[in-house]
Design a binder for this molecule. Structure first.
Ligand SMILES: [Fe+2]
Length: 463
């Protein structure tokens, strides 16, 4: 039988659809590679994404050949948008104590993937054997964005030149990770691969990560601890870093329970870090939260208000007030972002300046020091300022980022780099705490009742 025109067309269309389905796009190729510190001291977590499910393998080595290998696992992440775009997020942890694993102060080359596809080769350098004697350098900033990530090229150049041991991003990553069904988040993670694949990229959550109850932030990063990156602490040299969510205070629609849990966790972590046995070997405590307690910007953000939620607590009972808590445990430095500017404050407690002395305000200060570092980039442009209040020491609306350079257990050097001024250091100051360290003067008198710190365990009982 000779086929008619209709039959020929039907067979042709069927063959075409068969061919197109057999050549459907696959995404085995690893991308968005980034590092972080793991659960155990000296462990490194390597995280990356693929479109299709594959094995999760890191091949690494101290020389040209990647002779060592470590396997992990992957989880499926589905964006909450209309397309329900999905990807597999892979995690492999490399522990120092594994036989034949990492050696101190060694440059390791690595690539990630599976037999279906491998990433380019990246490298990282392990810290020295004596961890508390280590004097690391850290870049720290917030509010970068996918569009107008102005500080990124300079950070790429400096990171790959070996200037930093880690990078800390204090919230507001891609503007926003969930936009365009998660494509903006993917592109941002590809952008930062050029720094985050070389040094641990440690994070703090911001308001721009709020979509779908912070699901992109919780899924894409791999911070230590059981709270999906929302609160955790880690050590670098003589510093104990604490990262927490200021967003629990503002997105109460996602529930109250995690705010209660976080306050309890913060107090426990601070208590342990302040124990003399720990504080002696690791004297510096630095906190990172996205929205500041203090700022002098010309906007109506909460930090412009005396009774802002973080500092003063949730009214009317002053629930979960953080200024008293951080003061009580002698936090040295509080790093914030959210305001698209840089601001350094005098040592400060309850709007009162507690300088170490007139000549040396940051030598043995009598209260924590706050800085705001939210000027890395993003399309929302920079923020301007109100008239200079007496508690603000230095401010700039240049795009840029900060550096924390550990000198030793008594001296920290801090710098603010202006990207607008081609990398010029526009603020350079030392935070000095001589031994034996003096306690903040009012901390001795602080009791739960006097300072209206609500014990969270009592609140939890009511939930
Ligand atoms: Fe923000």
């Amino acid at each position: 039988m000779v086929p008619n025109k209709g039959q020929v067309l039907f067979v042709g269309v069927s063959m075409l659809s068969l061919l197109s389905s057999s050549f459907a796009t696959v995404r085995y190729q690893p991308e968005q590679v980034h590092l972080s510190y793991g659960e155990k001291e000296r462990s490194i977590v390597v995280t990356w994404s693929t479109g299709n499910k594959t094995d999760s393998i890191v091949k690494y080595g101290g020389g040209d050949q990647l002779l060592q290998s470590k396997s992990g696992s992957c989880t499926l992440f589905v964006d909450g948008g209309h397309k329900q775009a999905s990807q597999y997020i892979h995690r492999v942890t490399i522990y120092y104590e594994d036989p034949d694993s990492l050696q101190p102060e060694t440059k390791y080359y690595y690539h990630v993937g599976s037999d279906l596809g491998w990433s380019p080769v990246f490298w990282f350098v392990t810290p020295p054997m004596n961890l508390t004697g280590w004097a690391p350098s850290i870049a720290i900033y917030g509010d970068m964005g996918n569009v107008n990530a102005q500080s990124l090229p300079r950070l790429q150049s400096e990171t790959q030149a070996g200037l930093y041991d880690a990078i800390i991003h204090v919230g507001d990553f891609a503007y926003n990770m969930d936009d365009s069904d998660g494509e903006v988040g993917d592109e941002f993670m590809r952008q930062i691969e050029s720094i985050a694949a070389y040094v641990p990229y440690m994070t703090t959550v911001g308001n721009h990560e709020s979509a779908y109850n912070f699901s992109h932030y919780r899924a894409r990063f791999s911070m230590p601890g059981p709270y999906e990156n929302m609160m955790f602490s880690f050590n670098m040299g003589p510093i104990h870093f604490i990262s927490f969510s200021t967003e629990y205070y503002y997105y109460l629609r996602y529930g109250f329970k995690m705010l209660v849990k976080q306050y309890e966790w913060l107090e426990n972590d601070l208590k342990e870090a302040s124990h003399p046995a720990n504080r002696t070997v690791r004297p510096w405590i630095i906190t990172m939260g996205h929205r500041p307690m203090y700022c002098s910007n010309k906007d109506n953000d909460d930090c412009t208000l005396v009774k802002n939620r973080l500092r003063y607590g949730l009214t009317p009972l002053r629930l979960f007030a953080l200024e008293d808590l951080f003061y009580k445990y002698g936090v040295d430095l509080e790093v914030w972002a959210h305001e698209h500017s840089y601001e350094r404050f005098w040592p400060l407690y309850n709007y009162k300046v507690y300088n170490g002395s007139f000549d040396k305000p940051y030598t043995n200060p009598k209260a924590p020091v706050h800085i705001v570092v939210g000027s890395a980039g993003c399309q929302e442009r920079v923020d301007s300022f109100n008239a200079l209040p007496p508690w603000s020491a230095f401010r700039s609306s240049d795009y840029g980022y900060s550096r924390i350079k550990v000198h030793n257990a008594t001296h920290l050097n801090l710098q603010q780099v202006s990207d607008d001024l081609d990398g010029e250091v526009i603020d350079d100051w030392w935070l000095i705490k001589e031994m034996p360290r003096i306690k903040f003067p009012l901390a001795e008198q602080m009791t739960t009742e006097e300072n209206q710190i609500i014990e969270p365990s009592n609140v939890l009982k009511g939930l």
